[in-house]
Design a protein around this ligand. Structure first.
Ligand code: HSE
Length: 408
């Protein structure tokens, strides 16, 4: 018999409890041992549930119980999760978690504590919900030098953008629907402003390139400035707007990483990833691009990954797994310094003047849409340095300028 504990009984935690308790026989068969949930740590009242006797409000009871060998942390947030996870690892318990905020901030430290205490710290559910990505990347692609990871890593924003594109639904209605469906974070600002995707690309980049990438090193922009007009122009340019997270290895050994909305060409497979689905494209030197696709959020997809990690820990109670990376460095993450193609939308009440200025600043540009009625010109640039673009845009006399990255 192997005893486990679950820290938290929210959206994901209740899914984990349901699988571990209601499907105990199946899970135990997979683990080659009886897996028994001994405690569920939760402050709220769940006395109506059939497994109500497992609930406790006292973390000390769990950490001091030597019979508990595996702890699933599904509380989310940094505090008190960080303290609880650290103490469980120090007490010789393996820990599995879906908590991307924790792993993105403290992954290197917690992996090192796990290694010193000869236990496992696994977090497959922290990126891509139910999609197997971390284990395949670390294990199945181990022969590769990975040089780029690109992904749609947030189900809520992808769902919202898709609703805007397909149903012309406004932002707030789409967000309310995402909340109802249980995709969004408790505070959806983390989804909308790109912080959730940022945490996930930090974990992917740390694992892919071997050194911790911290969230404050990643330039992050969310989708709150994306309008229905942008979405419509994007369609005319044969693109879809997606919140894309990207991390690249640079020739100097450093990496570049960012999260931002991009116009993604319909020729790129990521443009077809819709709704709550996530996709991650890993570029290895031997394999080329490998894509991982599936439900990136929601109770049961995420719980599936947490339980799989729990089973893995049960099967390897006395063996270490393969995840590790080193602590990061201050200047490790930098700009890639490359020329890129941008989407630009310029607007002026003096459309004639705008046309003239645009012609002077971008004489070669042929990929544009001139909308006299709205006083707007939308265009896609040729490859250009960001500073060079900025300088050109400063020569225009216009009321507003918006730029967005692209992915062709
Ligand atoms: N809020 C997240 C999302 C949940 O929408 O993708 C999964 O991390």
């Amino acid at each position: 018999m192997i005893y486990t504990a679950i820290l938290g009984h929210g959206t994901v935690g209740s899914g984990v409890a349901e699988i571990l308790i209601n499907r105990k026989r199946h899970v135990s068969e997979k683990a080659h041992d009886d897996l028994e949930v001994k405690y569920i740590l939760e402050l709220r009242d769940f006395s109506h549930l059939t497994y109500a006797e497992k609930f406790t409000k006292d973390f000390e009871k769990i950490v001091n119980d030597r019979d508990v060998k595996i702890v699933a942390e599904v509380m989310g947030g940094l505090n008190p999760a960080y303290d609880f996870v650290k103490r469980c690892l120090l007490a010789g318990k393996s820990v599995v978690t879906s908590n991307k905020e924790l792993v993105a901030a403290k992954g290197a430290e917690l992996l090192s504590i796990a290694a010193k205490n000869n236990v496992n710290f696994l977090f497959e559910a922290s990126v891509g919900g139910g999609i197997p990505i971390l284990r395949p990347m670390a294990q199945c692609l181990a022969a590769n030098d990975i040089n780029r990871v690109t992904g749609i890593l947030n189900g809520t924003t992808n769902y919202i953008l898709n609703k805007m594109i397909v149903d012309s639904m406004d932002f707030d209605t789409a967000l309310s629907l995402a909340k109802e469906k249980g995709f969004a974070e408790k505070d959806p600002t983390a989804d909308i402003e790109g912080h959730d995707a940022c945490r996930k690309i930090c974990i992917l980049a740390s694992l892919a390139f071997g050194k911790h990438v911290y969230p404050d090193q990643v330039k992050t922009e969310g989708i709150s400035n994306v309008t229905l007009d942008d979405v419509a122009y994007a369609e005319k340019f044969n693109c879809a707007i997606k919140l894309i997270a990207m991390a690249k290895k640079l020739p100097n050994g450093k990496i570049s990483a960012d999260v931002c909305p991009r116009l993604v060409s319909h020729d790129n497979i990521l443009s077809n990833v819709d709704g709550v689905f996530n996709a991650i494209v890993v570029r290895g030197d031997a394999t080329g691009d490998v894509m991982f696709y599936g439900k990136g959020a929601g109770k049961m997809p995420t719980a599936s990954a947490v339980v799989a990690d729990t089973i893995d820990c049960a099967k390897h109670l006395h063996a270490r797994k393969y995840f590790d990376w080193q602590e990061g460095e201050k200047d490790y993450v930098t700009d890639d310094g490359l020329r890129k193609r941008f989407y630009v939308l310029i607007k002026s009440h003096d459309f004639e003047r705008l046309l003239t200025d645009f012609g002077k600043a971008f004489p070669e540009n042929t990929w544009n849409i001139k909308n006299e009625f709205a006083g707007e010109i939308a265009f896609i640039t040729d490859e250009i340095y960001e500073n060079e673009l900025k300088a050109k845009l400063e020569t225009l006399k216009c009321d507003s300028i918006k730029t967005m990255n692209t992915l062709f």
